[in-house]
Design a protein. Structure first.
Length: 79
């Protein structure tokens, strides 16, 4: 009877060790995924900043182009 209990306890201990290893592997994978998500978030923030800058540049070009067309119209009218 004691041997049976001892074997059951060893089996439970082995399962606990197995589960502990699985949990550690999952924790490691979770940490890796978090790092990857952080990297993606950083990249997205950088791209957003670049797009914002490009939009501002395009707006400036549009305004300058509009002014130039206005100036051209005025010069044509003087002729």
């Amino acid at each position: 009877m004691d041997n049976e209990i001892l074997e059951i306890l060893k089996s439970i201990n082995n399962k606990l060790d197995e589960h502990t290893q699985i949990l550690r592997a999952l924790e490691h994978a979770s940490e890796i995924h978090k790092a990857e998500i952080d990297k993606v978030n950083y990249s997205v923030a950088r791209v957003e900043g670049e797009v914002r800058g490009i939009r501002e540049d395009i707006t400036a070009v549009e305004m300058i182009t509009s002014k130039n067309w206005n100036d051209i119209s005025k010069l044509k009218a003087v002729r």
